[in-house]
Design a protein. Sequence first.
Lengths: 491, 136
Amino acid sequence: MQRRDFLLGLAAGAGSAMLALPAWVRADETRDGYLKNLPSQPRLAALRGCATDHLSGTASITGRWPAEIKGTFYRNGPARFELGGERYQHWFDGDGMVHAWSIDAGQVRHTARFVRTQKYVEESAAGQFLYPAFATDIMRRPVRNNDTVNTANTNAVPHAGKLYALWEGGSATELDPASLATQGIHTWRDDLAALPFSAHPKITPDGVLWNFGVVPGANKLLLWRIDADGSLGKFGMVQIPQLAMVHDFIVTARYMVFLVPPFDLQSEPHASYLQQHVWNGKRPLRAVVVNRNDFTVHRILEMPAGMVFHLGNGWDEGDILRFDACIAADDSTLQSLKGVMRGEYGHASRADSVLLTLDLKRGTVGSEMLLRGTEFPRVASADVGGRYRQLFVTTSHSTQEFGMSGVACIDVDSGRTDRYEYGSDWIVEEHIPLPKASAKGQWLVGVAYHVHQQQTMLAVFDDKQLSQGPVARARLPYAAPLCFHGNFLAA
Amino acid sequence: MKLLSVFAAVLAVSNLVQAADLNVEVAGLKQAKGKVFVAVYNRAEDFLKQPMRTATVDAQPGTVKLLIAGLPPGDYALSVFHDENANGKLDTNLIGMPVEPYGFSNDAAGNYGPPSFKQSLLHVPEAGTTATVNLR
């Protein structure tokens, strides 16, 4: 072959290659929409995603950071939304990045690393997404089991000397608590491999970790007790008709309570997990009450349709169960979190904190409004599973804007609320209470993202005067990806 | 006539012995422990229940090759698994999800379950063929 022919051949080859680009190089509607809409939706810049494998920096402090707070605030959230020019279609789809805010002697350092799940490692090597996500139907490589698609993107939970990055559809992923390096999938027993282990375990003051998992297609609710030494204490499985996605639960001295939203499951080829969940407002929201000691179903109670992600805490007194939950009228928030990936934010029904009273003997459910426009409820670690008064939540002043904008402390007994509004320039993330050394009250610690400066900040409040604003702020010189949930490990 | 009938008999015999070789390449093995099992099915009602043929080879990282010799030309489905702990079965968890690597011909995938016989069908011509199954 002459050199000239060879070059012609090469050119011809390049030409035909350009006519037949692989799908992932073609224009991506979600990505194009996002980039186009971003200038008019500055809050959504928080969902750009992180292009580097890790982040680290030292925060600059304003105010006086309480010297008694010493330890690491671990957080987790989806942070890789794009690969090979393709953008995920839902916030919940992204790969998990675990953050560590190390606090010592009034100094605050931040580091973050992607969890090296099987999915993250294989897709990074391939340069494109391979597997189905929560709401994006991708099937370039077949799936072995739930852990093939485990993004480990929802919570970071220290327990019994280990640190777990949690998702809700598969195993816990173990990380090195010091370096955040991924150690791998944690399997408590061979026959429990790859089973759903939710991102919202509850750790009672005795150190026992309670958790659950749902297998909606099979109507199976899985129940886990991990003892204080980190070993498997008990596993159970109960059948719940028309089980759908369940994100959170509460534990009391005698019970575990799950709120099952009224989704009808429709299994169709090429339907994502989210698409299989079809809202049916004619069906009730069900409270499934499970006996904590033997993992049997105690009773299922019904209340009007509603969507629930998060519950704060609860307690039982005889046949009466009381707990708080953030309940919205329908699943529009879940749907609107698709729009945000295209740079659009549509109306979503607001979640309100309510205190529910279940009468287990009569089968009745009562509901009292605590505060409107709330999310991310948390209580002091010493209160988990028992009587509590203080409930900490994030608040939203507008349903027209993405993200929360304030924090509140609700007195569950009196209904009195103390709150602080960061302002419309902020996206406020979950805030968690930490006990004061004096044992009188709590510090409230949480992350907020400044929309215009595109910087992330850790703030600390005194629970006695939340409305006065943070007593100290630790501001990073960069934006850290938004997280969902986290927990503090005292040094 | 006698010649013809002999000729016909020869034809019939050659039909009977007509057999093709199916080379199976199983790719994506992560470790050398255990064995790789291949099952061959020729009827939908037997799929994942009663294989017509099976073959086994020791695992090695990367790809292993197996020969299914002497198959009548036709359509077949394959299921494959890597028995990493050498207990002779594909391990599953409590709700029936496989926890050891497995795969099907055509790399067929089901919708929250195994693929169908039809999705997994591959044609084995008289001259034989090679099929690659990627473990998932």
